[in-house]
Design a protein around this ligand. Structure first.
Ligand code: FRU
Length: 732
């Protein structure tokens, strides 16, 4: 059977009198027939022949040629199978096609196989909800394979969302196809400290491979060897997901290559469109490129930590060590979105000013570096420390297949070494992660809480170890998802009455007892913070006993569009347990160290405000503020602070606090509302009821609106005290 489209092309060629030339296109398949011809289908996804466009239950399929196409939606997304071409000879420099559907190179893909091995792969564009069923042009450069016998295979092994693939019009050609991506390579001599990669926010993910070019008369260390020798690799030879800019970049991602001074590096990119300037624009420099404005960017929070470049999520490895607070974090150095998980690293001497030091854990053969914790091994149970110099030990998840728990250590808080016998905890299930470790003094052992998803049940597994290396399962508790934390706190400061708190990513928690083996909850699961955009918090380990505070930092989901960074952290929060009539409850308050950021202040004298009264606070130009207020709202009154476009409203009848539309109970305490508001460029944190009500709220303050306004409605309110401070930047 001569496929229709081919017939038409041949017919046209004959009509206009073209002689067949070597460079004429060869149609491999146009899927215009009633069946697949010599192509062989397995499974049920591909039906018995080409689809005539959209299949039942599918969004409109467009962008294919003619009437028919391969569409593996014959049984919706649940169908699976393969469709394999007869063998053919590669006779042109390119193979082009139209492709759409799911984007998974393993489960929804078109493969080219030579000698039974996959040599090229293409997928559709969709890997998240939404998207489009439009097929687009794509292709491969195959000049290196001309003369070889090949087979094409279309696979659909995916059953979830976008679990199908659409393909049409596969043609051999000597014309470079539209949309073709080809690999590129260049060499760069290291003369300066950084190699700057051009990044486009949300750009296509490219694989960048960096290697040393052997040169005669020079010593060559394999990059991994060089890293292992000195601790803390300063970059990764293969970076899988770089949001690489093909044209003008949004920002530059610096890679520290100083270790390779004088050497020649080869930089390869797996896929580049024609005309891409990604490789040619890569620059070495003595500074990260484009940092002139660092920490002054319009949406940079001024007293909340955020990384210089790229994406962050969870805080990790929080520990006090050798006089410094260490804050590690889930970091994507090469993109504005989640991906490529490294551990970023920052330190502070006062919990206020942070110095970012560069990434310490790079993805490796065990997978990307997911969340985890850190402890100081005072008794040197691990053997990583030296007398008088205990090691700081990191426990983290390597999220490969299997997903395992690993260990790294440092004896100076600057250089980090991965343990050579990793992993230390094998996989329980694929959904196990986020080890949080503590020293349990009564039983003289290490205790790890680990999130483990079992049969769709969220559990926290409790493990123990004598040395941080050998772990044994002790018990489990149901009901918590991701990023557990576990610590003991006195109730109302009474050290004779301590309770254990088990909490996790959502900030919900249970209070109970712990006998060294098993946690016994004494409360139901309780709500933690009452706002939005606060997730995966953890608390510092090893704060000296004479200080004794339990200090938490959460991932503050402050989305900063158009910036070279995205997301951030909350301020450090002191956690306490307090007795209430309902039982013990956690309270959150900003750490007192933040007071040293206070600049210009305004004190409003005690007064009673009536509805319609003028705003008592004089406007002052500042985009960072702290408000401390004590108010006795009269019956039926509503007290509103307007701060740079955000509304914070206290409703006395409901005894409810609303921050930008998000309401939470905030009962008056002895008739009073004690309110603390921290307002930064990209987020607000509001505290009431002595910390029983904590409302974090990502919020982009209006750029030209510096207003701060107080008003009442519905009844009067007595302002007992009110102070407003402008806060200084932690970055100066
Ligand atoms: C929580 C989380 C963790 C995981 C990490 C990966 O936000 O999903 O469970 O370790 O992020 O970045």
């Amino acid at each position: 059977m001569l496929p229709l489209k081919t017939a038409a092309v041949l017919c046209l060629l004959t009509l206009v009198g073209f002689a067949a030339r070597a460079s004429d296109d060869i149609v491999i398949a146009d899927f215009e027939g009633g069946d697949y011809g010599q192509w062989k289908a397995t499974g049920d996804a591909f039906g018995t022949g080409p689809a005539q466009g959209t299949l039942p239950g599918q969004m409109a399929v467009t962008g294919f040629a003619g009437h028919g196409l391969v569409n593996s939606f014959h049984h919706g997304d649940t169908g699976v199978g393969t469709l394999t071409s007869p063998a053919f000879k590669i006779e042109r420099n390119y193979i082009r096609f139209l492709i759409g559907g799911g984007k998974n190179p393993e489960t929804t893909a078109l493969h080219l196989l030579v000698d039974g091995k996959v040599v090229r792969t293409a997928t559709g564009p969709n890997n998240q909800a939404g998207g489009s069923e439009q097929l687009g042009p794509d292709g491969w450069l195959v000049s290196d394979l001309v003369g070889k016998t090949a087979v094409l295979q279309i696979v659909d092994q995916a059953t979830g969302g976008w679990g199908h693939i659409n393909v049409d019009d596969i043609v051999q050609s000597d014309q470079r196809p539209k949309g073709l991506l080809s690999p590129g390579k260049r060499t760069i001599r290291v003369t300066q400290r950084f190699l700057n990669l051009p990044i486009k926010d949300g750009g296509a993910h490219r694989k960048v491979t960096i290697s040393l070019v052997p040169e005669s008369g020079k010593d060559h260390l394999d990059l991994q060897q060089a890293s292992a020798l000195k601790g803390t690799p300063d970059f990764l030879p293969v970076i899988n997901d770089v949001e690489l800019a093909d044209g003008t970049p949004d920002w530059w991602a610096p890679i520290d290559v100083s270790r390779y001074q004088g050497q020649l590096l080869s930089v390869e990119v797996d896929k580049l469109p024609e005309g891409s300037t990604a490789l040619s624009s890569m620059e070495s420099g003595d500074k990260p490129k484009g940092q002139e404005n660092l920490y002054q960017e319009s949406l940079r929070n001024q007293f909340h930590f955020s990384p210089q470049r790229g994406w962050n999520n969870d805080p990790n490895g929080m520990v006090f060590y050798r006089g410094e607070y260490h804050l590690f974090f889930q970091h994507n150095p090469y993109g504005w979105n989640w991906g490529n998980m490294h551990w970023g690293h920052a330190v502070s001497r006062d919990l206020v000013r942070w110095t970012e030091l560069g990434d310490v854990l790079y993805p490796d053969k065990f997978g990307p570096m997911f969340s985890g914790s850190a402890v100081v091994d005072w008794a040197n149970t691990s053997g990583f420390g030296k007398p008088g110099n205990p090691a700081q030990v990191l426990l983290y998840t390597a999220a490969g297949d299997p997903t395992v728990q690993c260990l790294a250590y440092s004896t100076d808080g600057r250089h980090y070494f991965k343990y050579d016998k990793n992993p230390v905890v094998p996989q329980f299930t694929g959904g196990n992660r986020d080890p949080k470790v503590l020293w349990h003094e009564p039983s003289k052992k290490w205790v790890m809480t680990l999130f483990v998803e079992t049969n769709h049940l969220n559990t926290i597994h409790f493990l123990s170890s004598p040395n941080l290396k050998d772990w044994t399962l002790m018990s489990t508790v149901d009901g918590f998802f991701e990023c557990p934390d576990f610590f003991e706190l006195p109730i109302d400061g009474n050290s004779a009455n301590k309770k254990w708190v088990l909490t996790a990513a959502s900030s919900e928690y249970m209070v109970g007892t712990f006998d060294g083996t098993r946690f016994t909850p004494e409360t139901a699961k309780l709500k933690g913070h009452l706002g939005r955009g606060f997730y995966a918090a953890q608390t510092f380990s090893d704060i000296p006993a004479k200080d004794g505070r339990r200090i938490q930092i959460g991932w503050f989901q402050t989305e900063t569009k158009g910036m070279a960074f995205n997301q951030g952290m909350t301020v450090p929060l002191e956690l306490k347990l307090t007795a209430t009539t309902d039982g013990p409850r956690l309270t959150w308050t900003p750490v007192r160290e933040l007071e040293k950021l206070r600049g210009k202040s305004q004190k409003i004298s005690a007064r009673t405000l009536q509805p319609g009264d003028a705003n008592p606070i004089a406007a002052s130009e500042s985009d960072t503020r702290e408000i401390r207020a004590e108010i006795e709202p009269g019956a039926g009154s509503e007290v509103t602070f307007n701060i740079r476009g955000a509304a914070i409203v206290y409703n006395a009848s409901k005894q409810e606090l609303t921050v930008n539309g998000q309401s939470a109970p905030a009962p008056l305490r002895a008739g009073k509302l004690r309110l603390t508001v921290l307002s930064d460029r990209a987020g607000l944190e509001v505290f009431a009821g002595d910390g029983l009500t904590y409302i974090p709220m990502p919020y982009i303050s209006k750029a030209d609106d510096h207003r701060l306004e107080l008003k009442v409605a519905g009844g009067s309110a007595k302002i007992v005290s009110l102070k407003v401070y402008n806060l200084n930047s932690i970055w100066k």
